[in-house]
Design a protein around this ligand. Structure first.
Ligand code: SF4
Length: 355
């Protein structure tokens, strides 16, 4: 078995150090990539991936879970992509189009990358280099480390049955070889139903992300998978949210409730969710009592804690900001607190009503 590299903590979270390449790696959130080959390459085709084109305004809007890259094989987008989305093309196609198509980047194998590099035809911004875990030997990791500073993002996959172990060992070899190129993990789950994809992807990719490995995810599923690309996209963003590597929607941390609980936890959580669900990337702790609540809500950004019958205390992180508010006013006070810290945004309905 591959030994644990020096400095890797089996029990704590430390993200593998990588040098950023464009929008990937470094301290940036992990990116999400999807394979559009065999699927319609149209503005409507991007809807399920979180990119909504509004023809009446000729503008794009992005959902919280808008993917970052689409793989289009040997095709080229004949419409302008939104500014926050890029396409990945086969290296040969990218070269054929002169490498000038805006926000299109090449995907190479090790052999085609070396040939393109020798011919001076690599992308100065970002080159995806597909590599199998078995191909990524200790020697290859050292070779890749010697290319530090090159605009390469590794696209790591494995054909081994034990995906997590195989990819984790490959990451260890990269760390031992002191290679700091960013890595997008590609997981082929074709031939499985939507639920099986969710379970397998969460177990394998979630485990790696919790180890601090991975600067992006790419989950492959059948073209006809239930829920389509939208289901794969939701799975990818769900894994990133659950591993807290990319928070894209409001997260609720609620205590399980017990004899000390001072309000109807389920009803209150539903009430708070109903008004804050559209916010992006904040954590709200909803705790039944003051005895253990503040400790249990850990790293929440805002806390709603029962302090007496019908009384609520609000927290900003670990600081009490309003004590013993009547429960009937507490949800509005929470909204005001979120607003006062600049984390509040109106829902589209509220925004158009006030326009
Ligand atoms: S926070 Fe208080 S009410 Fe909630 S489970 Fe813990 S002790 Fe019980």
């Amino acid at each position: 078995s591959t030994p644990t590299p020096e400095g890797h903590d089996r029990y704590g979270y430390t993200r593998r150090h990588t040098e950023p390449v464009s929008s990937t790696g470094g301290t940036q959130v992990p990116v999400v990539c999807h394979d559009m080959t065999g699927r319609p390459l149209t503005t409507a085709g991007l809807f399920g991936l979180g990119h909504r084109y509004r023809p009446e305004l000729d503008k794009w809007a992005a959902d919280d879970a808008a993917c970052d890259f689409i793989f289009i094989g040997d095709r080229t987008c004949d419409f302008a992509l939104p500014g926050w989305l890029s396409a990945i093309q086969d290296g040969a196609t990218w070269v054929k189009h002169g490498g000038h198509t805006e926000r299109h980047h090449p995907l190479w194998t090790s052999a085609t990358y070396e040939a393109a590099r020798a011919a001076g035809k690599i992308d100065p911004k970002i080159n995806f280099l597909a590599i199998d875990a078995d191909e990524l030997t200790a020697e290859r990791a050292e070779e890749l480390a010697s290319q530090q500073g090159a605009p390469i993002v590794l696209l790591l996959s494995t054909a081994q049955k034990n995906v997590l172990a195989s990819l984790r060992a490959a990451f260890f070899r990269l760390s031992k070889g002191r290679c700091t190129l960013p890595v997008v993990i590609r997981h082929d789950l074709c031939g499985r139903g939507a639920e099986a994809v969710q379970l397998k992807a969460a177990a394998d990719l979630g485990g790696l992300l919790l180890d601090g490995f991975g600067d992006g995810l790419w989950i492959d599923g059948d073209v006809g998978i239930e829920g389509g690309l939208q289901a794969l996209n939701r799975t990818a963003f769900g894994i990133l949210q659950a591993t807290r590597t990319r928070i894209s929607r409001t997260e609720y941390i609620s205590c399980p409730s017990c004899g000390r609980t001072l309000f109807d936890l389920q009803e209150t959580t539903a009430k708070i969710r109903a008004v804050t669900d559209h916010l992006k990337g904040i954590k709200i702790g909803i705790m039944g009592c003051i005895v253990n609540g503040p400790g249990e809500m850990a790293d929440a950004d805002y806390g709603y804690v029962g302090t007496g019958p019908g009384k609520i205390t609000l927290y900003k992180e670990k600081e009490v900001v309003q004590r013993n508010i009547p429960e009937t006013e507490a949800v509005d006070a929470l909204i005001e607190l979120i607003r006062s810290h600049g984390d509040w945004v109106e829902t589209p309905d509220q925004a158009s009503a006030s326009a």
